[in-house]
Design a protein. Structure first.
Length: 287
């Protein structure tokens, strides 16, 4: 399962789904939460369930963002969408791994009921949307067997702590949200799951998105959430290694393969060691 670009699609819009399904995203996240008005929740749930019944071949993974536990309708969402065709769930406003264990238990039951292979539905988590969640990021290690990714969010966290804003005048995150971003990255690495950067809200600013994606990849993120189809191609490009990066990584891997007892090697006038080898393997894997 590739988790490079994850595009949100409102669960109550078949038109937007039809457009999104051919845009090139690795994951479509059919949303039952924030993009759906309370009066449309049931209709969106039924719409997503119907879309899952279309088993046409697709080159993207089908995820659903369910409503959080404090709404009281999380299990209603699960009951409607856990069926063949569902690849994963995005869990919002999680307070820690205990919430994921609770979801996992329900998935065990629903998969069995639907005749699905146990563990087939994976879980990604928006891991920083509540104050309590910030203290529980370490709880995702060791990871739940279904956990594939952690991402972070700033808007709900800002509302939860009473902030009047979360960006500096130059557009960069303020300190509380830089902390959330960094801790999400560390938690993902500790758990051994994909670190996915949060959305870039200004979808009419492709240059800003590209620059921000390149910073995210530099820091260690391996993918990003998109909120508009026009963002997908930029995200895919930025989180994919270039031909030059692939060639350099292959050269490092080949050099260590030819010298299996070496801990450090000189390649093209530069010293490389085991951390460089690990990075090179990650680059080749992502390609």
């Amino acid at each position: 399962m590739r988790l490079r670009s994850l595009l949100f699609v409102p669960g109550d819009s078949e038109k937007k789904f039809a457009k999104a399904s051919g845009i090139g995203a690795d994951v479509l996240i059919l949303d039952l939460e924030d993009s759906v008005a309370p009066s449309m929740k049931e209709a969106a749930r039924a719409q997503v369930a119907a879309l899952l019944d279309d088993r046409s071949q697709r080159d993207w993974s089908f995820f659903v963002r369910v409503n959080p536990f404090d709404t009281g309708i999380t299990f209603d969402d699960l009951a409607a969408v856990v069926k063949p065709g569902l690849d994963g769930l995005l869990i919002p406003k999680a307070n820690g791994a205990a919430d994921i264990a609770r979801i996992g238990e329900e998935l065990d039951r629903l998969e069995a009921k639907a005749g699905m292979e146990q563990g087939s539905v994976k879980i990604a988590v928006v891991a920083t949307e509540t104050p309590l969640a910030m203290f529980n990021l370490g709880s995702y290690t060791p990871p739940h067997p279904r956990l594939v990714a952690l991402t972070w969010g700033a808007e709900d966290l800002a509302a939860a702590i009473g902030a009047t804003g979360n960006k500096e005048e130059d557009g960069h995150w303020t300190d509380p949200y830089r902390l959330a971003r960094s801790l999400c990255l560390y938690a993902s690495a500790s758990a051994g799951v994909a670190p996915v950067d949060t959305l870039y809200a200004d979808f009419r600013n492709p240059e800003g998105l590209e620059a921000d994606c390149r910073r995210a990849r530099r820091d260690g993120f391996t993918g990003r959430i998109a909120i508009h189809p026009d963002q997908v191609a930029i995200i895919n490009r930025c989180f994919s290694p270039s031909d030059e990066e692939i060639a350099e990584a292959q050269k490092i891997v080949d050099a260590f393969a030819a010298n299996p007892d070496a801990g450090t090697l000189g390649i093209d006038g530069k010293m490389v060691d085991i951390p460089h080898l690990k990075a090179a393997r990650r680059t080749l894997a992502s390609a």
